[in-house]
Design a protein around this ligand. Sequence first.
Ligand code: ARG
Length: 367
Amino acid sequence: MQKTVVNSWNEWDPLKHVIVGRADDCHIPPEEPALDAKVPEDSDMRGQWGRRPQETIDRANELLDKFAAQLEARGVRVDRPNSIDHSRPVTTPDFHTDSQFGCMPPRDVLLTVGSEILEATMSYRCRWFEYLNYRPLMKQYWEEDPNFRHEAAPKPRLTDADYHPDYLSEKIGVEKRLQWAEEKFFVTTEEEPLFDAADVLRFGKDLVVQHGFTTNLKGIEWLRRHFPDHRVHTVNFPGDPYPIHIDATFTPLHPGLILNNPQRRLPKDQRALFERNGWEIVDAAQPAHNTPPPLCYSSVWLSMNVLVLDPKTVCVEKSEVYQAEQMDKLGMEVVEVDLRDAYAFGGGLHCCTADVYREGDCEDYFQ
Ligand code: ARG
C-alpha cells in the first residue's frame, strides 16, 4: 500500500509523526571558528572537549525516551536516529576536526517542507556529517512513501574563508557582540551558502529565516531558489549576542500568534508582515532559571523552545512554570515534559525533535 509518510508545512498543525533525537555518543567538539564564536565567554565549556560524561548521556537518554513515550501515548509515531561514531575525526580536502557532535538535536539538521526533508548545509565542521545519523530513517521514508523528496543542500567547504577572524579573539565582550549583531556582522562570511535547519520557521507558504552565526545571506538566497513556490523572509534579532537557531527567540503557536523573546525583539520594520496580516507578537514569559544547566550551549530561553502538538496543545518543559502559566492564559492546553537535564545536548523540546508528518496543507497566511 502506498501512503504519505512525509508532510508538514508549519509549526502547529496536528503532529502525527516526529523524530526525537538521542544523546548516544554526544561529544563536546574541539575548538573551531563558528562554534567558538557561539560558546559564551563565561561558559564552563570553554577549553574542554571530548565525549560527554556517560552519566549525563544516560540521563538525557532517559528523558528523551520518556518524551518519546509521552508522544506515542498521544498517538504520535516516533522514530529515533541511529548514532554514528562521533568520536571519529573528520578530514575533508578542506578541513580537519578531531571529533564530531552527536545526534542531537535533529531540528538543526533536517528541514521538512511539505513532502520534502532537506538536509541543511550546516556551518560547523563538527556537524558536517551529522545527517548520517538520520540516513536510515530517510531511506525508510523513501521506500515507504513514493512522493517523499529526500534532498541535501550542497555540502559547504568550511575553509577558514567561511569565518570572520575578528570573532576568534578570546574576549570580545557582550557589548561588542551586541553591536556586531546590530550591524549584522556575524562569525560566518558570505563565502558560500550556509544554513542550519533550525534557523528556519515554516508558516505554510512563507518561510521565516534568521540571519546570524549559523545562516548567512547566501544560505537564505539558496533556500529562496530551492523553494520557488515559497516566500522567504530574512529576520534578525539584534538583542541576541549569540544568534543561532531561531526557536528560542521566535515561536509561532498557531495562526495569528507568535511568542517573541523580550530580550531579542523583532525590529519594527520586520514586524510589518505579521502586523498587517493581524498576527499578534507577544513577549514570552520569563524563564524559570537564572542559568543554563552545566555544559550547555544554549541560554535560559530554552523555556520558550516549546513543541506545538496542535493549535490548542503545547509541550512545555516541566520546570518552566512561568512559560506554562502564560500558555494557559493564552488558552493552550499544556503537556508537561521533563527535559531540562537533556538541554546540554543542544536544546529543548522543539530542538530535540524534527517534524515528519503534520496534518494539513500548505496555506497562505500573509498578503
Ligand atoms: N540560540 C538559542 C539560545 O541559546 C538556542 C537555540 C537552540 N535551538 C536549536 N534548535 N538547537 O537561546
